[in-house]
Design a protein around this ligand. Structure first.
Ligand SMILES: [Zn+2]
Length: 226
């Protein structure tokens, strides 16, 4: 699937040299072996950024999937990030990745990420977590917040998203407003609610000025006005 998604935006695996993996659940990690496989022969290494526990699991995937290959053929550079405290990692001159742990189920440390770019723009990505103060602090002032909406408070009344370690679209909107983010992209939509993006957008906006979108896979989103 990841190869189809890349093809959809005109990219090949070799074009990707920085990868952030939030946590080890299969819907977030199982594309990794295919990406690595399709990069064989690429001129650059694939830099993988993930929490240290997640890195350990990705390394197991890699070992299982590529037992016949030498490490230098797969050409992965591992960047194990702290899971117990916020951290900043330089990705390139003036490009910083900030990470923090969100609320995660036992044994599955999950990181949210924020990228600050040289032009002053910034993007935060929060997934697989109920609302938490750590996500608000991470996303503070970002131009774009990409936040999960696995559940809908409108379409699934009475469903306790937090019991599943997830958020509703309404909660994603609240996080964006608390963090002062003008623009919110809802992703990771639950299967029961993904057919109703307009409902989710209204739910997240809650009558405020917040700009909310439900992007398609591969859609390019403007981070700054214009
Ligand atoms: Zn997930």
């Amino acid at each position: 699937m990841i190869m189809e998604q890349l093809a959809g935006v005109g990219l090949r695996a070799a074009n990707v040299d920085h990868l952030f993996v939030s946590h080890a659940h299969g819907d977030h990690s199982l594309g990794f072996p295919m990406l690595a496989l399709n990069r064989l022969g690429a001129s650059t290494a694939l830099n993988v950024y993930a929490g240290s526990n997640t890195v350990t699991i990705l390394q197991v995937f890699s070992t299982l999937a590529f037992s016949n290959l030498k490490p230098q053929e797969i050409n992965l550079h591992w960047h194990g990030l702290p899971e117990g405290r916020p951290a900043k990692t330089a990705l390139a001159p003036d490009v910083t990745l900030s990470t923090t742990a969100v609320l995660y189920p036992p044994g599955v440390p999950t990181l949210a990420g924020r990228w600050d770019f040289p032009d002053g723009s910034s993007v935060a990505f929060v997934t697989d977590s109920p609302p938490c103060d750590a996500a608000v602090a991470l996303a503070r002032g970002c131009d774009l917040l990409i936040h999960e909406a696995s559940f809908s408070a409108v379409l699934q009344r009475g469903e306790d998203a937090a019991a599943h370690f997830h958020s509703t679209a309404q909660q994603a909107g609240e996080i964006a407003r608390r963090a002062g983010c003008p623009r919110l992209a809802l992703v990771h939509l639950g299967p029961a609610i993904g057919e109703n993006p307009d409902v989710l957008i209204d739910e997240a906006r809650a009558g405020t000025e917040l700009e909310v979108i439900v992007p398609e896979d591969g859609e390019r989103i403007s981070v700054v006005d214009g």
